[in-house]
Design a protein around this ligand. Structure first.
Ligand SMILES: NC(=O)c1ccc[n+]([C@@H]2O[C@H](COP(=O)([O-])OP(=O)(O)OC[C@H]3O[C@@H](n4cnc5c(N)ncnc54)[C@H](OP(=O)(O)O)[C@@H]3O)[C@@H](O)[C@H]2O)c1
Length: 321
């Protein structure tokens, strides 16, 4: 009996020590550990950074941050006027900027050939596959209309794969390059009522991790960036909180922590922002998966209810007017 008690005690100590070591690593990662230096990918040496979906939210901040880090910028998004305005802002950082107008929800092979020509004309040091779309509000799968399904697959999956294919050749040839793929916590814990979005981000997770291992021997770094909520048009959140930062501090952390896992429990993945790292730690390491899914189910069911109520109110007001 005494021997059993001692065994349990050692087991308990080992478990506690394991979790303490995880917390210490996390805190070290997010607070102290520096990321890869961006000059490794050509910052300040004439290299270009490419960001898709860059006229708003995270993409816009990424474009401005990479310009501050002295990359020339190739800006790819769908709204010509917003792109030109952003290019003018980017140039104020003393770098070059070019724009490429692409609607990733309607790209034909001719458009891809145009994008290829633009990419082949410059030395691409960084590609951020950022463009993405989610639901208008949480829905049952059968409620999502065909255009929204296609857009999620086109933006979240197809654009990422095709853009990656277009830059990998030159990056491998130079044995230098960074590809950052915008993932989501919707692929950390499955997200009921956002099932299609969650599924596309699940693709991003495994595509990025597989590619990262494939590309590493060729000198190309691939990072799966897993993001919890950040204030943006997509998240429909404007006011920052501890858990939901503004795009600027979030993106600054992202590019200061390239290659740093932070809260991520998987290889080639980064959750660099402190509050997101803590969320990931709790979701992945402490809470059983089924419980995490149930939590998401309740949370998103609540958001769905509120969104539907708001829509009904708007319809009633419109009918009165
Ligand atoms: N915000 C979050 O809480 C959050 C959380 C997890 C993951 N993420 C991921 O982070 C990425 C960026 O999200 P965000 O919140 O910054 O999004 P956002 O604020 O909605 O911005 C999306 C950007 O993509 C562009 N875009 C939209 N549809 C396009 C199309 N068909 N073709 C070309 N460009 C298009 C938009 O251009 P226009 O200005 O012309 O519309 C805008 O510049 C996404 O991949 C998202 O899944 C975000």
């Amino acid at each position: 009996m005494a021997a059993l008690q001692t065994a349990f005690m050692y087991l308990g100590v080992a478990v506690v020590a394991y979790y303490v070591s995880l917390v210490v690593t996390l805190v070290y990662d997010v607070l102290l550990r520096p990321g890869a230096r961006l000059d490794k990918f050509g910052a300040g040496q004439g290299a270009w950074a490419v960001v898709t979906g860059c006229t708003d939210g995270l993409g816009r901040e990424a474009a401005l941050e990479l310009a501050r880090k002295k990359f020339n910028m190739l800006l790819i998004s769908r709204s010509a006027d917003k792109l030109e305005a952003l290019a003018a802002e980017v140039r104020q950082a003393g770098v070059e900027a070019r724009v490429v107008v692409v609607d990733f929800a309607a790209v034909d092979e001719e458009t891809w050939a145009r994008v290829r020509r633009e990419l082949d004309a410059v030395r691409v040091g960084v590609l951020m596959n950022n463009v993405g779309v989610s639901y208008d509000h949480p829905m049952h799968v059968e409620e999502v209309d065909a255009a929204a399904v296609d857009a999620m697959v086109d933006l979240n999956v197809r654009a990422m794969v095709r853009m990656t294919q277009l830059v990998l050749g030159q990056m491998k040839e130079r044995r230098s390059g960074l590809i950052v793929n915008s993932g989501s916590f919707a692929a950390l814990v499955p997200s009921p009522f956002l099932s299609i979005y969650s599924g596309t981000k699940g693709f991003v997770r495994y595509f990025s991790q597989s590619l990262a291992a494939e590309a590493a021997p060729h000198g190309v770094v691939v990072e799966h960036l897993q993001t919890y909520f950040v204030c943006s048009r997509m998240s429909k959140t404007r006011r920052p909180t501890f858990l939901i930062p503004l795009p600027k501090p979030y993106i600054r952390t992202v590019f200061a922590k390239i290659g740093v896992e932070g809260g991520a429990a998987e290889p080639y993945t980064s959750i660099p922002y402190l509050s997101h790292a803590l969320m990931a730690f709790v979701s992945e390491r402490l809470v059983p998966r089924q419980l995490a899914i149930s939590y998401n189910h309740n949370l998103l069911a609540g958001l769905r209810k509120r969104a539907l109520k708001k829509k009904q109110q708007q319809q009633a007001e419109a009918a009165k007017a």
